[in-house]
Write a protein that binds this ligand. Structure first.
Ligand code: SF4
Length: 227
């Protein structure tokens, strides 16, 4: 049994979701960090979609994996301890299944839906999405995870899967490492840019446009439309 009191906290500058926010709009990235209270809360429809996603993920986890540890149930909202907990768990267990295993590299934090450690010290990774097709934003989501996980686990990664939904509601489980290699996305350059934007004193100048609605309706539309 791990002793939570021995785990060290870790900080980060960007997460998977803030990376995706930056890809949508650097102003949204900045506002989310420095003026988050100007954002509007999710609509009932958005909340419902989020809840459906959580249920889909929970069902996949319970159908495909038996004994496991869900870090959210151990640590709650103490996110700065997630990485330390993950490290301790992986050191102390020859094999096992972790939900929300957390890694931080280049000051970017990602949380893995399902991480399976095998007896031979290799890892299988599963990211679960309610989507029925793999859109650009899903690929960007997978790419930032892969970037961090490659640095953290390297060639110990045995497989990296996206789990999504067929139109009949069945699970589609697809190995994506080869496809991710061919994705044209300069992640390290994007990360440096986003970190530097977050350090600015002024809100980045950005006109409203198509990016305010796609890939997701931005929660700062009311704020930006005042100017
Ligand atoms: S409303 Fe549009 S311009 Fe304003 S932060 Fe969001 S995406 Fe950027």
């Amino acid at each position: 049994m791990l002793n939570k009191n021995n785990i060290q906290p870790t900080n980060w500058k960007l997460s998977k979701s803030t990376f995706l926010k930056g890809n949508q709009c650097v102003k949204a990235l900045y506002l989310n960090k420095h003026h988050w209270n100007e954002g509007t809360p999710p609509t009932a429809e958005q909340q419902e979609l989020f809840n459906r996603g959580r249920k889909f993920e929970a069902k996949f986890r319970s159908e495909f994996f038996g004994q496991q540890v869900d870090i959210t149930k151990v640590l709650g909202k103490n996110f700065k301890y997630y990485k330390g907990y993950t490290e301790e768990y992986l050191i102390k267990h020859d094999k096992g299944i972790l939900f929300e295993a957390t890694f931080i590299e280049d000051e970017v934090m990602v949380m893995v839906d399902v991480l399976k450690k095998n007896q031979n010290n290799s890892y299988d990774i599963f990211e679960v999405k309610l989507h029925t097709e793999l859109t650009q934003v899903v690929w960007e989501d997978l790419a930032i995870q892969n970037y961090v996980l490659q640095k953290a686990l390297g060639d110990k990664i045995n497989s990296f899967h996206i789990v999504y939904r067929s139109s009949e509601g069945e699970y589609i489980i697809r190995e994506v490492r080869e496809e991710l290699k061919n994705l044209e996305l300069n992640i390290s350059e994007l990360l440096e840019n986003y970190k530097s934007i977050l350090q600015q004193k002024e809100i980045p100048d950005k006109e409203m446009g198509a990016q305010c609605e796609s890939p997701y309706p931005c929660n700062f539309r009311e704020f930006c439309s005042q100017f």
